[in-house]
Ligand binder design. Structure first.
Ligand SMILES: *[C@@H]1O[C@H](CO)[C@@H](O)[C@H](O)[C@H]1NC(C)=O
Ligand SMILES: *[C@@H]1O[C@H](CO)[C@@H](O)[C@H](O)[C@H]1NC(C)=O
Ligand SMILES: *[C@@H]1O[C@H](CO)[C@@H](O)[C@H](O)[C@H]1NC(C)=O
Ligand SMILES: *[C@@H]1O[C@H](CO)[C@@H](O)[C@H](O)[C@H]1NC(C)=O
Ligand SMILES: *[C@@H]1O[C@H](CO)[C@@H](O)[C@H](O)[C@H]1NC(C)=O
Ligand SMILES: *[C@@H]1O[C@H](CO)[C@@H](O)[C@H](O)[C@H]1NC(C)=O
Ligand SMILES: *[C@@H]1O[C@H](CO)[C@@H](O)[C@H](O)[C@H]1NC(C)=O
Length: 511
């Protein structure tokens, strides 16, 4: 039994009728892989409205002449008997018999006959019309898939090495250095209408525009991008482009400028997106890369009370090694205090009133560059901790270190995919231990798996002399002895690959 809460959406053509700011949900032609369908709405609050004539319509192009359209999903939240009719034509105009016709109230579910129809053209013409004057509310999408004429093997662009000089008062390091698989998620629901949604989108644009992007699944530098938006119905998200196939300009083009009036479910959407976009080992281009840091950034102009980000959601993110950042735009004080709560907090979050570079710096610097300007929940420090029998102390990074390389994690958890429990890029952490007065030497054992020659775990004595340095890989434990009174370890990682980290035990001894 599917429960529909509905939302209202819609298509927008900027035509002004009796209701002054009633716009079509999708006002322009669309290019991409997931075309939106929804009712027309009032710009001020996304409430549904109606147009008499002409109907709302647009052309959806898959962006690739070998991709056709299929998989229509449509839910009606409100029906008013106003003769709503959705028609989808094969090709770029309304000529001929419609490929698909949907009357008001006809919900199209996955696997139904109208869901599996596929176009023969990479372009379809989508039109919605109604004869009455009551407003109904519906929402859906149709997606593009490969499969028209024989496909041409995609060529993978080779990224030329870039030398650039960088100077910005807002960023201590160049955002160009960020090497993540980043899924950008836009919440189309706001309490501030279209203007707030434009603000949300502007922050996202100013962020992705500063990145060095790649679509090469085998690359270990540059950022790969995906885009999704939140929707009111199960699964509560819609992809807005190829997974890991976007760059800053194609992502910008695919941002949603139409809102929704019905609240979705942020927890379920994020959980589903983690599973969808962060698999590895499938050997498809939709795999996320190995050994790179992974993050989801949700840009939102509201923070609904039903968004809990509970430990169940955390566990899902942890299981795939994905970090979560929420960027709020102009949230109310109440929303902000719920989002930035301190109990059981596991994700990073900011709320900003701005849309430009300083707004982007407010999350890039502390979280992507780990510069210490705010608590970074992505890479929490693990304190130097006494063993249960107090004969030694230990520390590790990441805080949830999974143990040496293998098909299982440290705790024998065999479904470990090898990509979770990683340290972060731009780590710079310090661990200090004072030798007890009862001892005169210390045995230090180090298990480590670090990016060779780039990420280092260094040990210093009380006079700050380097006494041991580890990089690369040794899971059988390297051991050294020192008689310094104060031992300091510093872990530094660069902007590229991240590995499983290290575990150190220090045993004071009397010789
Ligand atoms: C949409 O695409 C159709 C067919 O390609 C074209 O005739 C029409 O002018 C386009 N409309 C807009 C608003 O660009
Ligand atoms: C849309 O509906 C109006 C009102 O019934 C009708 O006059 C008009 O012909 C319809 N337009 C299309 C393109 O179906
Ligand atoms: C809507 O249609 C009904 C029945 O045709 C009519 O009585 C009513 O005045 C219309 N309302 C508006 C706002 O056009
Ligand atoms: C972004 O990707 C599109 C489509 O793949 C391509 O046409 C465009 O040149 C790319 N833009 C940049 C700046 O690389
Ligand atoms: C993916 O490709 C690698 C290398 O070609 C191969 O070893 C592995 O078995 C493949 N995995 C799957 C799931 O096909
Ligand atoms: C922020 O939201 C308030 C209402 O909570 C609104 O009055 C104000 O205009 C908004 N500011 C911006 C910059 O959108
Ligand atoms: C980031 O990675 C590039 C290689 O892509 C390297 O040249 C550069 O030095 C790195 N920057 C930092 C700050 O680690």
């Amino acid at each position: 039994m599917i429960v529909f809460k509905f939302a209202v959406f819609l298509l927008a053509i900027c035509i002004k009728y009796s209701s002054a700011s009633c716009v079509c949900y999708q006002p322009q032609n669309y290019t991409g892989r997931s075309a939106p369908i929804g009712n027309s709405y009032q710009e001020s609050d996304f409430s549904p409205c109606f147009l008499n004539s002409p109907p709302c319509s647009y052309v959806a192009y898959s962006g690739d002449d070998t991709y056709g359209w299929t998989g229509l999903i449509l839910n009606w939240a409100t029906t008013t008997g106003s003769g709503g009719l959705l028609e989808i034509f094969d090709g770029s105009d309304a000529s001929g018999t419609p490929l698909i016709q949907v009357q008001e109230g006809d919900n199209i579910l996955a696997g139904s006959p109208k869901n599996i129809i596929k176009s023969t053209s990479p372009r379809i013409y989508i039109r919605y019309n109604q004869t009455g004057n009551g407003s109904n509310a519906y929402y859906g999408t149709i997606r593009a898939e490969s499969g028209l004429s024989p496909s041409v093997a995609p060529t993978t662009p080779t990224v030329a090495p870039v030398t650039r000089s960088f100077s910005s008062p807002d960023f201590p390091k160049d955002p160009y250095l960020i090497t993540h698989d980043i899924l950008v998620v836009i919440n189309q629901r706001t309490n501030g209408g279209s203007s707030a949604l434009r603000g949300v989108n502007a922050i996202a644009i100013n962020f992705v525009g500063q990145l060095s992007t790649t679509t090469n699944a085998n690359s270990d530098s540059g950022t790969r991008l995906s885009l999704a938006s939140l929707t009111p119905y199960d699964p509560y998200y819609a992809l807005r482009g190829d997974i890991w196939g976007l760059n800053a300009s194609t992502l910008t083009t695919a941002l949603p400028y139409n809102g929704i009036a019905i609240e979705g479910n942020i927890d379920q959407a994020l959980t589903g997106l983690v599973d969808l976009a962060f698999t590895v080992n499938q050997n498809t281009t939709a795999d996320s890369r190995r050994n790179v840091q992974r993050s989801i950034i949700l840009f939102t102009g509201e923070w609904p009370t039903n968004a809990q980000l509970s430990l169940d959601v955390k566990n899902k993110f942890d299981s795939k090694g994905v970090n979560l950042l929420i960027v709020g735009y102009n949230l109310t004080d109440t929303e902000q205090s719920q989002l930035l709560r301190t109990d059981n907090r596991w994700y990073n979050a900011v709320n900003t009133q701005q849309t430009k570079s300083p707004a982007v710096a407010s999350f890039v610097n502390p979280f992507y560059f780990n510069d210490g300007s705010a608590t970074n929940y992505w890479c929490p420090p693990h304190p130097v901790t006494p063993s249960v029998d107090t004969t030694y102390v230990w520390f590790q990074e990441p805080y949830n270190y999974a143990g040496p390389y293998g098909t299982q994690d440290w705790n024998g958890f065999s479904s470990y995919d090898g990509q979770s429990n990683r340290y972060c890029n731009f780590a710079n952490s310090v661990y200090t231990y004072n030798m007890p007065s009862t001892a005169n030497t210390m045995k230090v054992q180090v298990f480590f798996e670090l990016e060779a020659g780039k990420d280092f775990l260094n040990f210093y004595d009380a006079s700050n002399n380097l006494i041991a340095s580890f990089t690369g890989y040794d899971i059988s434990a390297s051991t050294f002895y020192t008689s310094t009174t104060t031992l300091t370890a510093r872990f530094i990682s660069d902007n590229q690959s991240i590995y499983r980290g290290f575990y150190v035990s220090i045993t004071p001894q009397t010789l």
